[in-house]
Write a protein that binds this ligand. Structure first.
Ligand SMILES: [Zn+2]
Length: 549
């Protein structure tokens, strides 16, 4: 009865008077509430609630995609590795042997500004010019393996519009659809695809109802592009884990069919256009690409590109070059293909990886980023607190703050659980801005209230991926409810707050909707209580935020 569909609840200070009144009321309310809480009510580590390590959990939301401290698997040295010796072009061959160089990135996650100084999008373009000899009209293809947008506020706050503009200026030729391309809903994906000067590709994303490609959203299964006299077919792939790794509500209409099935359907269509080479930019992890390379060597695909697992890869499997460019524009992979158009034959491939280091900032890209920074600052620069120390990404302190804030903002609830994967950045020392909090919690999730028995609650925290738990404390082997100081009763019913990503089954939280199909969408954005809580603390340089675990 109380269930409502998910709603957008972007509570920034866009509205003025009403918002200010609301904040004032919240503030009074929160101060009253917080003053009744002892500091010991801060949430303890959820150490006893370790999630099972399954394949899904490993792939699920923001697995290795920790925005501040990413884990990278480097499977190639940062030097160019030559696999097949490439015969030098002789004067006779210059008319028929053509080359094309692929520059490949993936999991950019909106990091146009760079994770450190001098490793943003503006530096990468200059580096490509200097190191790879890249020119806009040269024999180059710039490809992305997807997950382009969700990340820091400068991209997330604009649902990726800013990042599309930067990628347009970088000269991307095509991109695969990543799971996070669905984070802002299908309509936002359609708008981004429309704005992109390059095709956005997925051959295995289909409507569940009729098996059709999602071309009405501007996503094509493949495209054909001509570079340096070579006709090249580009086919996109999207991770089949997408329903577990974006908000599942956004993709209920869609299915993500097996990679090989999709390629066997699409490749003949591409070949019918008489292409010279077929490249597959995909949002797919290395272990899956290796299996795929073994299975599809009859299709004549020259390159499989990956993404999603933040791996940096340049290697050859079963005669197919596999490229992955790391993450957040900190690195890239490259491969140069030499093709004899007279013999219709691939003569050789050089491949390797490189790091985004040492490039001067390109002025054109820098100007675009500076403009978006200003736009973002307008909205996001509002100072809502002050901390004299960094609150590290995924630290116990940050986790505790989030779930404590939920319970403070929704005091009728007993327990709050959010998934660690939904926390994406640290809070840096100094003034805390709205933008910092958008960076910490960049997704469009709302808070859902479910009613669970104690026994169900225990099952949820065991099955779900990396739960961050507030409102109950683990002592020895058992859990005590903070509100009552009593052990959690398997028979009793509790009001539990979760986020909409989890309620929709993301990160192995499918039990939530199973146990309570009538979960109540509070309509409160999952980051809003943290913003309200921080405002209520009234911290300043004279009175920095008190950070406790
Ligand atoms: Zn991904």
């Amino acid at each position: 009865m109380c269930h409502r569909g998910p709603r957008r609840y972007k509570l920034l200070m866009k509205t003025t008077t009403l918002k200010q009144i609301a904040i004032f009321v919240w503030l009074i309310f929160l101060l009253a509430f917080v003053s009744c809480q002892s500091t010991s009510s801060l949430v303890p580590p959820a150490s006893g609630a370790a999630s099972p390590t399954t394949t899904i959990a490993a792939l699920s939301p923001i697995p290795t995609v920790a925005l501040s401290t990413p884990t990278t698997v480097v499977t190639a040295t940062p030097t160019v590795v030559s696999s097949t010796p490439v015969p030098p072009s002789t004067p006779d061959e210059t008319n028929t042997v053509r080359e094309v160089t692929v520059l490949y990135t993936n999991d950019e996650h909106g990091w146009m500004e760079g994770m450190d100084r001098d490793n943003g999008a503006a530096n990468l373009l200059s580096l490509w010019r200097e190191v790879e000899g890249y020119t806009e009209d040269g024999p180059f293809l710039i490809l992305s393996g997807g997950d382009m947008w969700t990340g820091p506020a400068i991209s997330t706050w604009f649902e990726g519009e800013s990042m599309v503009e930067v990628m347009n200026a970088l000269g991307y030729d095509a991109a695969a659809v990543g799971n996070h391309e669905f984070d802002f809903g299908l309509e936002a994906l359609r708008r981004r695809a429309n704005e992109a000067a390059f095709p956005i590709l997925s051959a295995n994303t289909r409507y569940r109802a009729n098996g059709q490609a999602i071309t009405n959203l501007g996503v094509m299964p493949y495209t054909i592009i001509e570079v340096n006299g070579l006709k090249i077919g580009l086919i996109g792939l999207t991770t089949t884990s997408t329903p577990q790794t974006t908000n599942p509500v956004n993709v209920t209409e869609l299915q993500f069919i097996a990679y090989e099935t999709a390629l066997r359907q699409i490749v003949p269509e591409v070949k019918a256009a008489n292409v010279d080479l077929i490249f597959v930019p995909g949002h797919v992890c290395l272990h899956e690409l290796e299996l795929l390379a073994e299975a599809i060597d009859d299709l004549g695909i020259a390159m499989l590109g990956g993404g999603h697992c933040n791996e940096l890869v340049a290697q050859e499997v079963n005669g197919i070059v596999i490229l992955e460019g790391g993450f957040h524009l900190t690195a890239y992979a490259r491969a140069t293909f030499r093709y004899d158009t007279a013999a219709d034959e691939l003569m050789g491939v050089d491949y390797g990886v490189g790091f985004n280091e040492g490039g001067m900032a390109d002025l054109g890209i820098d100007t675009i980023i500076t403009r978006w920074q200003a736009e973002a600052e307008n909205e996001l620069n509002l100072v809502i607190g002050y901390t004299d120390q960094e609150i590290p990404h995924r630290s116990q302190a940050l986790q505790a703050m989030v779930v404590k804030a939920w319970l403070a903002g929704y005091p009728s609830a007993d327990v709050a659980i959010t998934n660690l994967g939904g926390l994406r950045a640290p809070i840096p020392p100094g003034e805390i801005t709205l933008g910092d909090i958008v960076g910490v919690m960049p997704f469009d999730n709302t808070i859902i209230e479910v009613q669970l028995t104690g026994a169900q609650l225990m099952k949820v925290i065991v099955a779900g991926g990396r739960p961050v738990i507030g409102g109950m404390t683990q002592k020895g082997g058992s859990w005590t409810l903070d509100k009552t100081g009593r052990p959690v009763d398997p028979e009793a019913r509790y009001s539990v707050l979760v986020n909409s990503f989890m309620y929709a089954g993301g990160d192995n939280y499918g039990l939530l909707a199973e146990f309570d199909p009538a979960g109540y969408d509070t309509g409160i954005h999952y980051r809003q209580p943290l913003i309200d809580w921080l405002v209520a603390q009234g911290s300043s340089p004279d009175k920095p935020l008190v950070v406790t675990n």
